[in-house]
Design a protein around this ligand. Structure first.
Ligand SMILES: [Zn+2]
Length: 193
């Protein structure tokens, strides 16, 4: 509860949240098959994508920053026995430490962070709520200037003393904010791999 504008209509949309999460670039343990991992030297090769370099070790991935090169953090593998003496690889989510098949990338202030779906959803919802509150707050400030007290279009009446130009301008800003609240893209700083 709390926060400016809370209770005025915007709530995280579960279906939309799921779509956003599925659209995020991710790393998948199926890219690390047991057979080839078994052959890795102790200090394995590295690969880069989107300004992030990974160094692969038999038991972990190191996430490095390219310029200047620096270790950001590591993602541990967890192995569970599978058929024929093989093992299945899992990531341990850097935030909740649970075993996961996939981790999704988000960038927070340019810091590339790989999180599991659950941690990502929580991060998404808190950001969604903050942005939603700001947009709703702005929208209602404008609506009050027009003397409206409901989001219902039929209440759309120009205050007597207001110029038509001002009225149209404010109404257009309200429409824009309405659009933003419906279609804004949280984590717009997320890069697509
Ligand atoms: Zn997690």
């Amino acid at each position: 509860m709390g926060g400016i504008g809370s209770g005025t209509g915007i709530r995280p949309n579960r279906k939309r949240t799921k779509q956003f999460i599925e659209a995020f670039p991710c790393i998948d343990t199926s890219s690390f098959p047991f057979n080839s991992m078994r052959l890795l030297p102790q200090r394995a090769s590295q690969f880069s994508t989107q300004g992030i370099t990974f160094q692969i070790y038999p038991d972990k991935l190191l996430v490095l920053k390219n310029v200047p090169e620096a270790l950001l953090y590591e993602i541990s593998f967890s192995l569970t026995p599978a058929y024929y003496g093989n093992y299945r690889y899992w990531f341990k989510c850097p935030k909740c430490n649970h075993r996961r098949r996939k981790l999704s990338l988000i960038r927070i202030d340019e810091f590339p962070l790989f999180l599991c779906r659950c941690c990502l959803k929580l991060a998404y919802q808190s950001q969604n709520r903050t942005q939603g509150d700001q947009i709703v707050h702005k929208k209602w400030t404008l609506m009050r200037r027009l003397g409206w007290n409901s989001e219902c279009i039929s209440d759309e009446v120009k205050p007597k003393e207001m110029h038509w130009n001002t009225f149209h301008e404010i109404r257009s800003q309200i429409n824009t904010l309405e659009e933003m609240s419906l279609h804004r893209a949280p984590f717009s700083n997320v890069l697509c791999i």
